[in-house]
Design a protein around this ligand. Structure first.
Ligand SMILES: [Cu+2]
Length: 94
């Protein structure tokens, strides 16, 4: 139940800002750098279909700072990113 509530909260936060494809699939990536102070993650990611972006290494902000605690450099992750107020933001990560 808490997990559902969290997902719902994310949907409610992201809905007015996100473009059509909210039900985005997870994209694979590798964490290259964790910047806890700036709340940013550098991720080498595969193609992000919802953002029309090819595979590359780039910096994302995170929607939830707790993601930074879970992320370690060199870690393989699956994540969902959206453009929120002009910033590419990781909104889900596993
Ligand atoms: Cu990119």
């Amino acid at each position: 139940m808490p997990k559902f509530a969290k997902s719902l909260a994310l949907v409610l936060v992201a809905l007015p800002l996100a473009l059509p494809a909210f039900a985005a699939d997870y994209t694979k990536g590798t964490v290259q750098k964790v910047d806890a102070r700036a709340k940013k993650l550098t991720i080498k990611h595969e193609e992000l279909a919802n953002l029309d972006m090819p595979a590359m290494t780039m910096v994302f902000v995170v929607a939830d700072p707790s993601m930074l605690e879970k992320a370690k450099e060199g870690q393989a992750i699956e994540f969902v990113a959206e453009r929120i107020r002009g910033k590419l933001t990781v909104i889900e990560m596993k």
